[in-house]
Design a binder for this molecule. Structure first.
Ligand SMILES: *Cc1c(COP(=O)(O)O)cnc(C)c1O
Length: 427
C-alpha cells in the first residue's frame, strides 16, 4: 500500500468528498479495510463504526454471505444492459420487493442511486397526470426539513433552506412546502399537526401531482421522528383530493426504524415507494421505485406510450445479486429483536446525556440514536477527537447521531455511546 501521506496528498489535491471544498478540504482518514462493525485505518488503528456508511451497511462490512453472492454473480456476468434483456438477479430481487411491500405495490423500476429513484418517482407522478389529461397537476408538495437527494428534481423537494434552494433558484421547479411535522413519535397525537398540509392540499390540489415525504423519520434534513397518525392523515387527504403520495423510504427501508418499512408504523401504503441505501447491505449502489398496477398502467397509457426513463446500469446483476443475498440474510436473522435491543440500549445510554447544558434533545427510534446540541458542532475539532476515542461517527450541524449495523454487540454500541458522552462532556 502507498504510504499514507502520498495517498492523502493526492486525495486532498484532486478528489472531491461529499459537500467538500477543493480550496479548503477537510481532513480525511484513509481506510485499509473494514470487517463487521470495525473500520481499520491505514495507520493500523481500528474504529467502531456507528454510521453503517450512511444507513447502508446493516449487516456490517465484509460479510461472508454477501461476499460469496457477489463473487458467484461475477463468475456469471457483472453486467448486461437491461434494454431487451433480463436475468435471474433482477427477477429474484423484483420478486422479493413485490412480496415484502404491501399490496398494491407490484411494479418495480430499478435505478442506480436514491436520488435517481426519487427522480423516477417524480417522473412517474407527472406522467400519470399527463396520461389522465390533467397536465396542470405538475407540482409537488413536500415537507420542510425533508431530504430526498441531490439531483435537480430531488433537490427541488428538499428543505428549501438546507437544500440550498436560493443557490439554484430559477433552475429548480418551484414546489410547495408544508411545515415539518412537530408531533413526535410516541407523543399524543395533536390533530393541528396536519392542518397546514391539509390547507395546502385544499388550496392547491388542482396543480399538485403528488405529496412526497420521508415516512416517520426525516433523515438528513434533521433526524426527526414524527407521529404515525400524520401518515394516516396524509393517505386520507391524498385520496380525498386526488393527489398521489410518494413515500421516500431510502433511509428507513429494511428495518432501520424497527419495522421493515417505516410506513408499517402507520399501516398505510403509498402510491409510489422509493428504496435504496440498505437494499444491497451497503455493497453496491442500487435503488428501486415501486408503484401500483393502476399508476403504472395509467402512466404508460399516455401519449409517450411508455415510462420515459432507462439508466445504463439499470438492474445491474452484481448489485441485484448482492441485494437478494442481503434481503435473505436480513429476513433470516432475528432483526426485530436485534433492533429492539439496540433501541433499548441507545435509550438507556443516550437519554442521560440530555442533562448536559449543551444538549437540547435526545431521541431514539429503532436503530437510530440522535443527540441534538444547542449549537452546531465544530466538525474539525470533534471528528479527530472521536477518532482518537476509537469510533467512527460523522456529526452534522447540531446533531451527533448514530445508526449502527444491526449486528453490533452490546459492548461495541456501548463504546459508541460512551464516546458521544465524552465529546459532549468536553464541549
Ligand atoms: C440518501 C437519501 C436519498 C438520496 O440517495 P443517494 O443514493 O445518496 O442518491 C434520498 N432520500 C433519502 C430519504 C435519503 O436518505
Amino acid at each position: 500500500m502507498q504510504d499514507i501521506k502520498t495517498l492523502t496528498d493526492f486525495d486532498q489535491q484532486h478528489l472531491w468528498h461529499p459537500y467538500s471544498s477543493i480550496i479548503d478540504p477537510s481532513p480525511v482518514w484513509p481506510v485499509s479495510s473494514a470487517q463487521g462493525v470495525r473500520i481499520r485505518l491505514a495507520d493500523g488503528r481500528e474504529l467502531i463504526d456507528g454510521m453503517a456508511s450512511w444507513w447502508c451497511a446493516i449487516h456490517g462490512y465484509n460479510h461472508p454471505v454477501l461476499n460469496r453472492a457477489l463473487a458467484k454473480q461475477t463468475e456469471q456476468m457483472a453486467h448486461v444492459m437491461f434494454g431487451g434483456l433480463t436475468h435471474e438477479p433482477a427477477v429474484e430481487l423484483g420478486r422479493r420487493l413485490v412480496n415484502l411491500t404491501p399490496e398494491p405495490l407490484d411494479k418495480v423500476f430499478f435505478s442506480d442511486s436514491g436520488s435517481v429513484a426519487v427522480e423516477v418517482a417524480i417522473k412517474m407522478a407527472l406522467q400519470y397526470w399527463q396520461a389522465r389529461e390533467q397536465s396542470g397537476k405538475h407540482r409537488l408538495l413536500s415537507l420542510r426539513k425533508g431530504y430526498h437527494g441531490d439531483t435537480f428534481g430531488a433537490m427541488s423537494v428538499c428543505d428549501p433552506v438546507t437544500g440550498m434552494h436560493e443557490l439554484f433558484s430559477g433552475l429548480l421547479p418551484s414546489q410547495l412546502f408544508a411545515p415539518a411535522p412537530t408531533c413526535a413519535f410516541g407523543a399524543d397525537w395533536d390533530a393541528t399537526d396536519i392542518s397546514a398540509l391539509a390547507t395546502l392540499l385544499e388550496q392547491h390540489h388542482q396543480e399538485l401531482a403528488a405529496v412526497i415525504l420521508e415516512p416517520i423519520v426525516q433523515g438528513a434534513g434533521g433526524m426527526r421522528f414524527y407521529h404515525p397518525e400524520y401518515l394516516r392523515q396524509v393517505r386520507k387527504l391524498c385520496d380525498h383530493y386526488g393527489v398521489l403520495w410518494i413515500a421516500d423510504e431510502i433511509a428507513t427501508g429494511f428495518g432501520r426504524s424497527g419495522q421493515l418499512f417505516a410506513c408499517e408504523h402507520a399501516d398505510v401504503v403509498p402510491d409510489i415507494l422509493c428504496l435504496g441505501k440498505a437494499m444491497t447491505g451497503g455493497y453496491l449502489s442500487l435503488a428501486a421505485t415501486l408503484t401500483s398496477t393502476h399508476v403504472a398502467e395509467t402512466l404508460c397509457s399516455g401519449s409517450a406510450g411508455c415510462f420515459m426513463h432507462g439508466p445504463t446500469f439499470m438492474a445491474n446483476p452484481l448489485a441485484c445479486a448482492v441485494s437478494v443475498a442481503s434481503i435473505d440474510l436480513l429476513l433470516n436473522s432475528p432483526w426485530q429483536q436485534r433492533i429492539a435491543a439496540i433501541e433499548t440500549q441507545l435509550r438507556a445510554e443516550l437519554v442521560p446525556l440530555a442533562n448536559h447544558a449543551t444538549v437540547t434533545d435526545v431521541r431514539v427510534l429503532g436503530a437510530i440514536g440522535v443527540v441534538e446540541m444547542k449549537e452546531a458542532v465544530d466538525l474539525c475539532q470533534i471528528q479527530p477527537r472521536l477518532v482518537e476515542l476509537g469510533v467512527w461517527l460523522r456529526p452534522f450541524g447540531r446533531l451527533i447521531y448514530l445508526m449502527p449495523a444491526y449486528v453490533i454487540k452490546t459492548d461495541e454500541l456501548g463504546a459508541l455511546t460512551h464516546a458521544i458522552g465524552q465529546v459532549i462532556a468536553e464541549s
